[in-house]
Design a protein around this ligand. Sequence first.
Ligand code: 5GP
Length: 114
Amino acid sequence: MAESIFTKIINREIPAEIVYETEDLIAFDDISPQAPHHVLVVPKKPIPTINDMEEADAELIGKLFIAAKKIASERGIAEKGYRMVINCNADAQQTVFHIHLHVIGGRKFTWPPG
Ligand code: 5GP
């Protein structure tokens, strides 16, 4: 399968504003932010969609959420609130087929989403 754009960011083949990195994951600012804070937390393992997750990925997926809450805290949005989103496939508007957790905050959101 072709390398995703996020694998290119992980491999420093294309630039991104990287805000956090461990051996398992990377986090960077979204190129088209939907709020004052919009960070993508991405596992280095290129899992295409949430449907492709396996039991063996459970710890890795947990680490995405731990990284996300740290980033929210560092950005000062943890107390006021923020949203975490993972889109899966076409109906959810997934456009990059390398799973990623959107961490979005710094403004008030509506619910349910549009
Ligand atoms: P999805 O729609 O797949 O859930 O989200 C993909 C996200 O990746 C979008 O919010 C989009 O703005 C972001 N994105 C797409 N290409 C790039 C890129 O080259 N760099 C960065 N930083 N974000 C990107």
